[in-house]
Design a protein around this ligand. Structure first.
Ligand code: FES
Length: 358
């Protein structure tokens, strides 16, 4: 399992993708190549000091496995502190980077047909999955449905064309545009359940063919497309989703729980096992878990601090705890005692948490 330590990596290149997106390419020193080995679909957590405040964000790796450089694609968001900062970076700058994490992965091997559904910057992990599969699984096929506002906003447009030219018989790309009229009415509009129904009726989606489906984009699009695939009979275990930003009102996988603070309650003694070491600290009643770790000088992994990315995933080995919200863990993980520690609310006086559990 990759360690959770940050490493200072040097930017080899900052290249524009669209008017509002760039790719950052990191040089990988030889001695870190093992730490930064990844499975297609994983992400990197970047950390920077912006205006005197530590800011962390996770970005999916878009380069294929085996490439000399690690690349991530970053779209500038309105008011996005890290994405605005990232768009001002230049080659030679250094950024702190945590080794690859994430379970939205396509392990390579075999003959498969992958269905990839992406919207906007949700294309970034798909670039790595598509290129890695096409390069390393000669008998596999990839079908990508990619939703965007307009042609100008399509990230990786040229790279997708290149992939199509290289793997003409094994790679299919369909662009769905919401605010630009394409000649074929079929490809106008939003990528959602209705669009999938139409594509299926026209023979462009063959559900019995797909070994797995990967969906990445805004919450509403993910929920609609995943529900549609499950409704068509696709095994839920074959539908993988990656959420970047929850839409207002999107359903967390566990309902948010209110943090009831008992003024007489004692602090919880917490033991964490991480990267083979053990650390101890206390969490006061009502205190946020990440704040408690920081107050005690204990470094625990996290990125979004919002229940989405699962960088903070760990298993409760002793004691009891709840999550305030969960947009990321599957039912089997929750049933097995895994939780998102950034959302942790202790329910016992002692807790033992294992960040190395798989
Ligand atoms: S830090 Fe992202 S889910 Fe906890």
């Amino acid at each position: 399992m990759a360690s959770h330590d940050f490493h200072a990596l040097t930017l080899a290149e900052v290249a524009p993708l669209t008017d509002e997106a760039v790719t950052l390419a990191f040089d990988l020193p030889q001695d870190l190549s093992e730490d930064f080995r990844f499975t297609p679909g994983q992400y990197l957590t970047l950390r920077a000091d912006i205006d005197g405040q530590e800011v962390r964000r996770s970005y999916s790796i878009c380069s294929p496995v085996g490439s000399a450089q690690l690349r991530v694609g970053i779209k500038r968001l309105d008011g996005g502190r890290f994405s605005t900062f990232a768009n001002s970076l230049k080659a030679g700058d250094q950024i702190e980077v945590m080794p690859p994490q994430g379970r939205f992965t396509a392990p390579l091997g075999g003959a498969n047909h992958y269905l990839l559904l992406a919207a906007g910057s949700g294309i970034t992990p798909m670039m790595s999955i598509a290129a890695s599969v096409l390069e390393n699984e000669p008998d596999s096929q990839v079908t990508l449905l990619f939703g965007n506002r307009s042609t100008a906003s399509i990230m990786f447009r040229e790279q997708l064309e290149d992939l199509k030219d290289r793997y003409m018989t094994r790679f299919t790309v369909m662009h769905v545009l919401a605010r630009e009229r394409q000649e074929l009415e079929l490809f106008n509009g939003r990528l959602n359940g209705d669009k999938l129904t139409t594509l299926k009726e026209r023979g462009l989606l063959e559900l019995s063919d797909y070994s797995a489906a990967y969906i990445c984009g805004p919450a509403a699009m993910i929920e609609e497309c995943a529900d549609w695939l499950a409704g068509q009979g696709m095994d839920k275990a074959k539908i993988k989703t990656e959420l970047f930003t929850p839409a207002p009102g999107s359903a967390a996988k566990a309902a948010a729980v209110a943090v009831a603070v008992d003024p007489n309650a004692e602090a919880t003694a917490i033991q964490v096992m991480i990267d083979g070491s053990t650390r101890l600290f206390d969490q006061r009643p009502g205190e946020n878990y990440l704040d408690a770790a920081k107050r005690n000088g204990v470094s625990v992994p996290y990125s979004c601090a919002n229940g989405m990315c699962a960088t903070c995933r760990c298993q409760v080995v002793e004691g009891e705890a709840e999550m305030k919200q969960n947009f990321s863990l599957e039912d089997w993980e929750v049933d097995s005692g895994f939780l998102l520690s950034c959302q942790l609310v202790p329910k016992s006086k002692n807790l033992v948490l294992d960040y190395d559990a798989l």
